[in-house]
Design a protein around this ligand. Structure first.
Ligand SMILES: Nc1ncnc2c1ncn2[C@@H]1O[C@H](COP(=O)(O)OP(=O)(O)OP(=O)(O)O)[C@@H](O)[C@H]1O
Length: 311
């Protein structure tokens, strides 16, 4: 690879744990391209290989095979350079329990060049009120905000966030979303993992969905959702109601569920058929595919009515 227009680029990245008969391939040849200045969400169920991938990008572990460039550099060979320009939020972190929040941030700031002033970090993460509280006295969510403040202390141009909002209440989660948007607006690149699909919908310019060590979908949320079936559900005692063509029909208790590639014409036909038959469709619900419904289908490797383009 000679040219690196991306903040992160991998080609054929593999990561295997163990050797011989015990070897387990957690990452199976992924091509990942994270554009500069974008928020990119890496999604997947537990064990899909997200953290194993991030650890390679962070230079914490070498790739078993494939090419990896982070800010155009090799994350292992050029680790010092990459670390200086990157902020990493791990899933778990350790702090000295007896230090206050301010002391913790000060200590952290002393380890990076061009550090953000501690008071600015406190304010940015809404921690000013807690500046003199000892770390051991913080709630899980407050602790996570200190984690984030440390990650951003060095004003990184690339920010890697492994489940940044796990354990945060809805208000704090939204505050982190604002922060991520601000980071992007200031020109930083953000790669994040999350199990909250709404978070990916809210934040991500690009999404990659991993399953069993492979990237199985990628694109914008709109691209990923396009072509996936919408769902119409209703209850009616009339089993003889003529149902529109082009729908995959199932029954869940007393609820009829139609999975359809194209919502509007099928819904129109259904409503007309119901009117003509004088039938009331109780609890009628019609919804387009969401990132969540696609994610669940992809995670379960479910066949789609009209398959979205695989990555
Ligand atoms: N040190 C290890 N030795 C052997 N297998 C491992 C090791 N670390 C992870 N794995 C396995 O690799 C696979 C991918 O794990 P990984 O932690 O990368 O998934 P993940 O997508 O980050 O999951 P989560 O959402 O739970 O964090 C899993 O099957 C896991 O059990």
């Amino acid at each position: 690879m000679t040219d690196f227009p991306f903040a992160i680029e991998t080609r054929g990245l593999r990561r295997t744990y163990g050797t011989g008969a015990d070897a387990f391939e957690a990452v199976r040849g992924i091509d990942l391209q994270v554009r500069r200045g974008q928020v990119h969400a890496l999604l997947g169920v537990n064990g899909a290989g997200k953290t194993s991938t991030l650890e390679v990008l962070e230079g914490l572990a070498p790739a078993t095979a494939g090419e990896v460039r982070v800010l155009g550099l090799d994350p292992v060979a050029d680790r010092a350079q990459v670390r200086r320009r990157t902020g990493v939020l791990l899933q778990h972190s350790g702090f000295v329990a007896d230090l206050t929040v301010r002391e913790t941030l000060k200590m952290w700031a002393a380890t990076v060049t061009g550090a953000r002033p501690v008071e600015e970090s406190l304010e940015m993460l809404d921690l000013s009120r807690l500046a003199d509280t000892r770390m051991r006295g913080l709630s899980g969510g407050e602790h996570r905000r200190v984690d984030l403040a440390c990650t951003l202390t060095g004003r990184p141009e690339l920010v890697v966030l492994d489940e940044p909002t796990t354990g945060l209440d809805p208000e704090s989660r939204r505050a982190v979303w604002r922060l991520v948007r601000d980071l992007r607006d200031s020109g930083a690149t953000v790669l994040l993992t999350t199990h909250y699909l709404e978070e990916a919908e809210q934040l991500a310019d690009q999404v990659s969905i991993m399953r069993a060590g492979e990237v199985v979908r990628e694109g914008t949320v709109a691209e990923i959702v396009a072509g996936h079936p919408a769902e119409i559900s209703f209850r009616t005692p009339r089993r003889d109601l003529p149902l529109p063509a082009g729908a995959e029909v199932s029954h869940d208790g007393g609820t009829t569920v139609l999975r359809v590639a194209d919502l509007q014409p099928v819904l129109t036909d259904l409503l007309l058929a119901a009117r003509d038959a004088g039938v009331e469709l109780a609890m009628l619900d019609a919804r387009s595919a969401t990132l969540e419904s696609v994610f669940l289908a992809v995670a379960a490797d479910r066949a789609e009515i009209q398959q979205g383009a695989p990555a």
